[in-house]
Design a protein. Structure first.
Length: 154
């Protein structure tokens, strides 16, 4: 089983979107039982809050449910639980590394777009941009590329 943790600042926009897009993609490929997919925040600002209405609206528009997700914060011990820890931008990566003790010996920490031809690029935070369409496009591109990478491990 491949275990993936998507991480952003608050766990109400981008990481949640990535979690549910990836669950949708694995389900469509008949691979649900081969994956464990979750998401978390680097901050504690939104803990317990539901998915942002813009993320919920965009996912609903494309036929993806995000259920009753509630934001939570990433914990240090999760480094050992997951095969991939995927941040959405450079600040997320910096904060993930801080949470895990600035030590990634198994090279599990990546930015989502590093699996695409757009290595190094950030996924813009729609909390600030208000553009959930662009965020969805980037998240979907990243998740599709990540899924291809994961299939090499199965």
């Amino acid at each position: 089983m491949i275990k993936i943790l998507f991480v952003c600042h608050g766990n109400i926009c981008r990481s949640t979107m990535a979690e549910y897009v990836m669950k949708y993609l694995t389900d469509q490929a008949g691979l649900t039982s081969s994956f464990y997919i979750d998401s978390a925040a680097t901050s504690c600002e939104e803990i317990g809050n539901p998915v942002h209405h813009g993320t919920r609206r965009k996912l609903k528009e494309v036929g993806i449910s995000c259920g009753d997700h509630r934001a939570r914060q990433m914990r240090r011990e999760e480094y050992n639980k997951f095969d991939y820890i995927i941040g959405m931008d450079s600040w997320n990566i910096r904060n993930i590394n801080h949470i895990i003790g600035n030590h990634d010996p198994e090279h599990k920490v990546y930015k989502l777009l590093n699996f695409t031809d757009r290595k190094g690029e950030d996924i813009a935070d729609p909390w600030y941009t208000g553009n959930f369409d662009d965020t969805y496009r980037d998240v979907k591109e990243g998740c599709e590329a990540l899924l291809k990478d994961c299939l090499l491990r199965l």
